[in-house]
Design a protein around this ligand. Structure first.
Ligand SMILES: [Zn+2]
Ligand SMILES: [Zn+2]
Length: 274
């Protein structure tokens, strides 16, 4: 379990093989390309796209929750996948002769999905080989209006009791996740550069796979991150989805050596489980 910018992250992500990134404190997971036992208790799953390494274990997630008496899960999916996703469950219900209860929520860019504790998930368009989306998770909080700051507790309480609106609703961006995408997802959604924790795929890291090939496959190359090094305002950045062709320890050395220090110090490379 990692803790980045004060947020707990329990993640597995290997390019082309499997991705499931859990945020236990928010009771959610991104993608279900594998179904580790801890992920079964995450009631909401935000799916980025339908490649099997991101979605293929969803039926197991649903069935295991049902078997262990947990409430039906919420699956947020790109709207383009809604019909086939529903058919997938219909087929598995026939095969498994079970009800596989779940709520399916097609939500795309410009839509939003409310989470617990005042958190909101908003999909953003991703640029991949199939319909794909990343997510920005914001926290909505109430903040005392400027004119009430510095006033006594009694004054504020009396104003509130007499029906005066003393707070504004403010939002902070807690987490952004790219899913599988070309780097454009960051440039077109610059709020991702400001999230407390940015989780981004960096599938390729050196000249063995050049930038153009990474782009043609709908992925991010480390060179493209370096070219934008000064734009990242995030407290912490997690690199996910490293291609299985790399040795993670070696990749970590390459990443730390190639990134400028002010960025390298905030970057963690997700290692495959040992
Ligand atoms: Zn992938
Ligand atoms: Zn993919």
């Amino acid at each position: 379990m990692l803790e980045l910018a004060g947020i707990r992250v329990d993640a597995i992500s290997i390019g082309g093989l499997r991705t499931c990134i859990q945020l236990p404190g928010m009771n959610l997971a991104f993608d279900m390309g594998c179904c580790p036992p801890s992920s079964v208790s995450r009631r909401t799953v935000l799916f980025t796209h339908a490649h099997t390494d991101h979605m293929a274990s969803v039926v197991l997630h649903c069935a295991t929750r049902d078997l262990t008496g947990m409430k039906p899960p919420h699956y947020v999916i790109p709207p383009e996948n809604a019909e086939a996703f529903g058919e997938l469950f219909a087929v598995w219900r026939r095969l498994d002769r079970s009800s596989l209860p779940c709520s399916i929520h097609p939500v795309g860019p410009r839509g939003e999905f409310p989470l617990s504790k005042g958190l909101i998930a908003r999909p953003v368009r991703a640029y991949h080989r199939v319909a794909a989306q990343g997510y920005v998770i914001s926290q909505r909080k109430k903040k005392l209006k400027a004119q009430w700051q510095g006033k006594s507790h009694t004054e504020i309480r009396d104003a509130r009791l007499s029906g005066v609106e003393i707070t504004d609703s403010v939002e902070s961006i807690e987490v952004a996740f790219t899913g599988d995408s070309r780097i454009e997802i960051l440039d077109k959604n610059p709020e991702m550069y400001k999230a407390k924790l940015l989780m981004m795929e960096v599938t390729f890291i050196d000249e063995k796979v050049p930038v153009e090939r990474a782009r043609s496959q709908g992925h991010i190359h480390l060179d493209e991150v370096i070219a934008r090094a000064d734009r990242f305002e995030n407290e912490a950045i997690l690199f996910t989805h490293l291609s299985a062709r790399y040795d993670a320890r070696r990749a970590e050395e390459v990443i730390q050596a190639r990134l400028p220090e002010h960025l390298a110090s905030r970057v963690t490379l997700l290692h495959p489980p040992t």
